[in-house]
Design a protein around this ligand. Sequence first.
Ligand code: FAD
Length: 450
Amino acid sequence: MTTYDCVIVGGGLAGLTTGLELAEAGKKVALLEAESFVGGRTASWDENGMHVESGFHRHIGYYTHLPRILKKSGIALEDIVTWEERAEVRSPRNQEAVKLGVAPLFGPLKMLKTITGNDPYLSGKDMISTARFFLNGIKDYYLHSNELDQWTVREYAKKHHLCEAAFHYIIIPLSTGVFFLPPERYSAYNFFGLFAAGLPRLYKMRIGAYLGGMTEVMCQPIAKRIHALGGEVYTNLKGESLLVSGNGRNVYGVQTEDGKVWHANHTTLAVSLHAAKKLLKPSFSSHESFQSMFALPTMDAVTFQIDMNTPLMEKDITTFGPGTCLASFAEQSRTTFQQAKGRLSIILTPPERFTALSENETLEIVLQDLKAIRLPLAKENIVKYRKIAHLHDFYHLGPGHHVMRPSQKTPIRGLTLAGDYTMQPFFATMEGAVYSGKAAAEFVLREGQS
Ligand SMILES: Cc1cc2nc3c(=O)[nH]c(=O)nc-3n(C[C@H](O)[C@H](O)[C@H](O)COP(=O)(O)OP(=O)(O)OC[C@H]3O[C@@H](n4cnc5c(N)ncnc54)[C@H](O)[C@@H]3O)c2cc1C
C-alpha cells in the first residue's frame, strides 16, 4: 500500500499549485481531479464539436504568483498572453463605445485620455468624482475594513456622491463585469480590495488575453511538470470522502468514488467552497472551527460562448455592457480561439436569471442585448453556441462575507484547504487560487517537519 506525503483533491489552479510546490520539494503527491481535464474554473475542453472554456478570463498585469508558477512549469507568460491597453464600455445609452485606458505605463496616452474624459458620455468632472470615490474606498479598505465590508458598492457610491455617469460607465463594469455581481449586491470591501491588491504594482497594470484555451496553455503544462517531478495526476477521479481517525482529530487520506482508498500523511482539499463543504460535513459538521466556512454562502456564474462564421467585432478587446445582461465579453477569434472564424465569449449577469434557462432562451436574450449595444448578430452567422453554468462555484462576494473565509490551515492534523475562497488577498481570481495553493503547500511542509 502506497502512503503519499500529500493527496490533493481538485485539479484547478489551487490544487495544481499545491501539487507543484510539494513535488518540487521532493514530496510524493497524488492529485485527483473529478473532471476529465485539469483546470477547474479556468478549464477549456471539447464539447459536442465545440471548443469551450469555463468562461471569459483575463490575466491582470499585476499578478505575480500565477506567472511564477507558470515559469516553474516552463511557460513564459509573454508566450501565452497578448496585452490590451484599454477596455471598452458599450451601453444602450451611448452611440459609440466609451474607451477606458487601463495601462498607466504601457498605454499612457490612452490612460490620459480616459482621465481627461470621454465626452460626451464621461466628462473630466465625472472622472474627478471617480477619483475621489476610489481614494476614499482605498483609504477605507486600509483603515476601516470591517465597516467597508458592511456596505454594498451602490451604497458606498451614494454615500460619496459619485456621479451617475461614472457609476454607469465605470463602476457597473468594474463590479458586474469583474465579479458578475451588480453593485447593489457586491461588497465595497471586495470591490476596492481587488484594486488595493494591485496598487504596489500599478505600473504593471494591463489586461492580458490568453492565446489559447487555458487548459492547453496553462494548466496541462503545470500538471505535466508535477508528473515530471515524480507526482501523479489523475483525472476522472472524484474524491468522495475523507478518511478520518482519532475521533475527528486526524485526516489520513481520501476515498475516491471508485472505492479506492488513498492513504496520505496529508490531504489538501483544493475544491470549490461548495464541494469542500460536502466533503467536510460528514465528519466535521459540528466542529467549531468550520462553522463560519459552512455558513459562507456561494454564488453562481453563467457564461455563454458563440462560434460564428465571421468575427462580430473589429478587435479582440475586453468589453463591458452595463445596462444589459452582457457583464463582460470579447471577440476571441484572433486570440484565445483562433480555430474559429468568429468567437464571442460572454459572462452573463445576473447569473441566477440564466441558470434555469435553456441555451435557446439564453441565446435570444443575448442577441437582443447585443443589438441594444449596436452589435447585431444575425442567426445565420452563428455556427454553434454553448451555455456553461458554474453552480455554487464561487464564494459569495456580498457584504459581510469576507471575514467568514477560512484559512488554508485547519486545526485537523493532516488536513489543509486550498482554493480561491480561502483567506488570501486576491479574492476569487486565478491569482488568489495560486496564492492559496502555495500557502497550503507551505502548511503541509511545516506540518511534515513538526
Ligand atoms: C466565468 C469565469 C470568469 C473568470 N474570470 C477571471 C478572470 O478574468 N481573471 C481571474 O483572475 N480569475 C477569473 N475567474 C476566477 C478564477 O477562474 C478562479 O478564481 C480560479 O480558477 C479558482 O481556482 P480554484 O483552484 O480555487 O478552484 P476551481 O478552479 O474551481 O478548481 C476546483 C477543482 O476541483 C475539482 N473537484 C471538485 N470536487 C471534486 C472532488 N470531489 N474530487 C476531485 N475533484 C473535485 C473541480 O472539478 C475543479 O477542477 C473567473 C472564473 C469564471 C468561472
